[in-house]
Design a protein around this ligand. Structure first.
Ligand SMILES: NC(=O)c1ccc[n+]([C@@H]2O[C@H](COP(=O)([O-])OP(=O)(O)OC[C@H]3O[C@@H](n4cnc5c(N)ncnc54)[C@H](OP(=O)(O)O)[C@@H]3O)[C@@H](O)[C@H]2O)c1
Length: 246
C-alpha cells in the first residue's frame, strides 16, 4: 500500500530504487524488483548491493502480540545486520501514531520494531503516521460476514498513503534523525463513517456494522489514542477529497 508510492516518489526525485518483496512483484515504473524474504534473509544481499538507504514498509497481518513482536523484531534486526554489512548508511522504519497509547498486539510489534531499528547497527529514522485513507478498505476486506462489513469503532485522523510515501522520500533525503515528528491527515474521522463513504462511492452494496471493541484498547481506539499530538505535521487531502479523486 505505502511501499509503492514511496518507491515512485523516490524515483521521480531522481533516486535509483530497488524494490524487495517475497513475490518479487514489479514495482512502479523505473524501479528494479528483487525477490527476497526479510524473515529468512533470502535475496537480501543482492537487493542491498550498492544501496545507501533502506526504507522498511513490510507488513504482517496479525493481531497476535507474540507473532507481531517476533515478526517485527526479527525482520528489522536481520535487515539492520545485512544492511550494515552492505554499507547502508540509513535505515528508515514507518511506524504508527498511538502505538504507545493503544494496548493491542500488532502495536506491541511496532513498538518492538522501533526499538530494534533505533538500537540497531545502522543510523536510523522512525516516522509514525496515522492510518492511511486506504485503511478503511483494508479493514472492510478483512472483517466481512456475507454482505456485512464489520468495522471497528475507531477515531482516526487518516492520511493518503501517497502523502506518506512523499514524507518517507523527504525522510530519506534528510538522512538519519532518530524519531521525527509524526504525520497525519487534516481531519478527525470515525472509521465506520469512512467505510460507509467508501461503500457509497464504489457502489459496493455492503452494510457497515460498527464493531465495539472491548477493554482498554477499544476505549483508547474510540478516544484520542490514535490521534496525532500537537507537534505533528498534518498534510494531504481529507478522506472525502481523496475519495473524489479515486
Ligand atoms: N495501513 C495503515 O493504515 C498504516 C498506517 C501507518 C503505518 N503503517 C505501516 O506501514 C507499513 C506498510 O503497511 P502497508 O499497509 O503498506 O502493508 P502492505 O500493503 O501489506 O504491504 C506490505 C509489503 O511488504 C511485503 N512483505 C511482507 N512480508 C515480507 C517479507 N517477509 N519479506 C519481504 N517483503 C515482505 C509485501 O509483499 P509480499 O507479500 O510479496 O512479500 C508487501 O509488498 C507497515 O509497517 C505498517 O505498520 C500502516
Amino acid at each position: 500500500m505505502v511501499g509503492r508510492p514511496t518507491a515512485s516518489t523516490l524515483f521521480q526525485r531522481g533516486h535509483q530504487v530497488a524494490v524487495l518483496s517475497r513475490g518479487g512483484t514489479a514495482g512502479p515504473a523505473g524501479t528494479e524488483a528483487f525477490q527476497g524474504d526479510l524473515t529468512t534473509g533470502a535475496g537480501l544481499d543482492q537487493a542491498l548491493a550498492g544501496v545507501d538507504c533502506v526504507v522498511d514498509c513490510a507488513n504482517v497481518a496479525t493481531m497476535s502480540r507474540a507473532a507481531a513482536v517476533r515478526y517485527f523484531t526479527d525482520t528489522t534486526t536481520l535487515l539492520g545486520r545485512r544492511a550494515e554489512a552492505a554499507g547502508v548508511k540509513h535505515h528508515v522504519v514507518l511506524s504508527i501514531v498511538g502505538i504507545d497509547k493503544v494496548p493491542q498486539g500488532y502495536f506491541s510489534g511496532k513498538l518492538a520494531q522501533e526499538e530494534a531499528v533505533l538500537g540497531g547497527p545502522v543510523p536510523a529514522t522512525v516516522l509514525r503516521a496515522t492510518q492511511f485513507h486506504e485503511f478503511a478498505g483494508q479493514v472492510m476486506g478483512q472483517l466481512a460476514v456475507g454482505r456485512f462489513a464489520l468495522v471497528p469503532q475507531m477515531v482516526t485522523q487518516p492520511i493518503a498513503a501517497a502523502e506518506v510515501g512523499a514524507a518517507l522520500a523527504e525522510v530519506v533525503e534528510d538522512g538519519p534523525r532518530g524519531r521525527v515528528p509524526d504525520i497525519g491527515g487534516p481531519r478527525v474521522e470515525r472509521l465506520p463513517d469512512l467505510a460507509r463513504q467508501l461503500v457509497r462511492h464504489r457502489g459496493l452494496g455492503r452494510t457497515v456494522v460498527p464493531l465495539w471493541l472491548p477493554g482498554k484498547a477499544g476505549r483508547a481506539m474510540r478516544g484520542s489514542g490514535q490521534l496525532p499530538g500537537p507537534g505533528a505535521v498534518l498534510r494531504g487531502p481529507t478522506f472525502a477529497e481523496w475519495l473524489r479523486d479515486q
